[in-house]
Design a protein around this ligand. Sequence first.
Ligand code: SAM
Length: 317
Amino acid sequence: MHIDYLRVSVTDRCNLRCIYCHCLDDCDFIDRREILRFEEIRRIVRLFAECGIRKVRLTGGEPLIRRDVIELIRGLAAVSNIEDLALTTNGVLLEQMAEQLKAAGLMRVNVSLDSVQRENYKRITGFDLLGKVMTGIRKAIEVGLSPVRINAIILRGVNELDVGSLAELSMEMPVAVRFIEYCPTHKGAVPEEFFVPNSQVRRSIEDRFGRLAAAVVPNSNGPAVYFKIRGGAGSVGFISGRTKVFCQSCNRLRLTSDGKVMPCLYSANSYDLKGLIRGGAGDEQILALLKKIIVEKRGYTRLNSFTEEFSMRNVGG
Ligand code: SAM
């Protein structure tokens, strides 16, 4: 597998408190001094680009609350050989930032949205901000951050009844609505019984809208499988990381907000790039490590090293 995709968590902080993502007592943010600085992120991305990385996605935490994220995007857009620069956001700040993001060189956004019912959105995220997110999605489409994707996690007893209205967004808007299976993490507050497999999500969409037809969508070389609802402007997709294993076709590496490279979300091993950089390592030494990580990643399966002991906010969802 050609490893060409780097996901970068730019902060572990967030402006929402989603029930499955945040520890309930709101405990353990990383000391700000340990978070990678912009010039460090830019250097790492430049060196990764020398090793074949072509796509970069910023995530977190909430990347749009990081001060001067626009400046970071401008810097990354200028790195040679980075062909695709994307961002994953909860969409709360998207309306006010979409134009600047586009002008800085961001190409596209994924917006996380688990309900389009106001009360349920508030229950899941802790904030009454659904209206802002919907306006943000429309603004992103308007300024051409394309394609816009909407990512939803469905949990039993929490938002199972929202599947239809989420899928329906793809009828009216040119968006891909993707259902992502919940991954267990030790810091998640969601017990096993809440897990809903994508087979069930798909069944409930087909019960309501009829049989889904396979679809081809732009930039869709990841683990998502796409379909169209008859007559829809957009598509629906399924990322079934829990019920299907796609290690053999996984092309992504992750850089945590505190500067560690992880070959996989579930890697028990990580590589401390920040330590190397702040210890004064030169480009050659860092490049040697990045090449070693890429070789390791090519042979990676969950059997090599596996842990659920991670925080999604730090690793970057
Ligand atoms: N704040 C941004 C956002 O909301 O999109 C980026 C970070 S958030 C951690 C990225 C995505 O990870 C969200 O779509 C969220 O639903 C998802 N996520 C968080 N915890 C998860 C888990 N345990 N399993 C699967 N996805 C998870």
